[in-house]
Design a protein around this ligand. Structure first.
Ligand SMILES: Nc1ncnc2c1ncn2[C@@H]1O[C@H](COP(=O)(O)OP(=O)(O)OP(=O)(O)O)[C@@H](O)[C@H]1O
Ligand SMILES: [Mg+2]
Length: 230
């Protein structure tokens, strides 16, 4: 079966010339649809760079990325934006909710941008992450864990094929972080969404089928998880 993500010989130099150390140096990766992957690596090893390039938010210096068989470079800027809005969901360390919009509005906006403006779906997504009754709250009126729940609802509500999560528990205490991982992974399994999550916390292994280890801009280790999650 065709991989849902295919990354071939990816190089990234920040800046215009190819001076200095590249952030990615010939990274290769193939991801099967529905896989749950944990991406580990020291600070500066290139994890966020790789995710941003897969998301089409940044462009590689060299190499090829295909999402659902589509070459990102051939799609052009507009095509990449469209793909991001309809097929990809994001969860970030600092939640990245729009502060002037309520929880409901943050989730609804994601649907609008994907061309699916269904208020009932936005409400249902918030209920499914345990936020029924808090739809009208602004981000500053929610705890960190609750804000991350809104972000998960926002990512999943448009039924993307892939979720990219960059340290989704990085700003939460261990207890809250575990609940958030439970929720994120459960929801992705339910919807058969492919998930790549960047992490520093070893507990993330428990949730993944496959573990990638990045070192200095390359995936040095790629192994199945020994003990699949609950
Ligand atoms: N916008 C940028 N401009 C220049 N260099 C950058 C930029 N973003 C990242 N880098 C550099 O690229 C390398 C990889 O950074 P990246 O953010 O991908 O690492 P990371 O693995 O996500 O680290 P962390 O765990 O700290 O988030 C680092 O050396 C970093 O300094
Ligand atoms: Mg990072």
């Amino acid at each position: 079966m065709q991989p849902i993500i295919r990354v071939a010989d990816l190089w990234k130099y920040y800046g215009d010339d190819e001076q200095g150390e590249p952030a990615l140096r010939g990274t290769n990766l193939e991801v099967a649809a529905g896989d749950i992957i944990a991406l580990f690596g020291k600070s500066g090893s290139g994890k966020t760079t790789l995710l941003n390039i897969i998301a089409g938010l940044d462009r590689p210096t060299r190499g090829r990325i295909e999402i659902e068989g589509q070459d990102l470079e051939a799609l052009g800027e507009q095509g990449r934006t469209e793909l991001r809005r309809t097929r990809l969901g994001f969860v970030f360390q600092f939640f990245n909710l729009l502060p002037t919009l309520t929880a409901f509005e943050n989730v609804f906006l994601s649907l609008e941008l994907a061309g699916l403006p269904d208020p009932a779906a936005a409400g249902a997504a918030l209920t499914s992450v345990g936020l029924a009754g808090k739809e009208g709250r602004y981000p500053h009126e929610l705890s960190g864990g609750e804000q991350q729940r809104v972000a998960i609802a926002r990512a999943l509500v448009k039924r993307p094929s892939i979720i990219l999560a960059d340290e989704p528990t990085g700003n939460l205490d261990t207890h809250t972080g575990t609940h958030i991982l439970d929720l994120l992974v459960d929801q992705c399994r339910l919807a058969q969404t492919t998930l790549i999550m960047v992490s520093h916390a070893m507990i993330t292994c428990r949730y993944a089928q496959r573990i990638l280890q990045m070192e200095d801009g390359i995936i040095m280790e790629d192994r199945p998880c020994e003990a699949p999650g609950p």
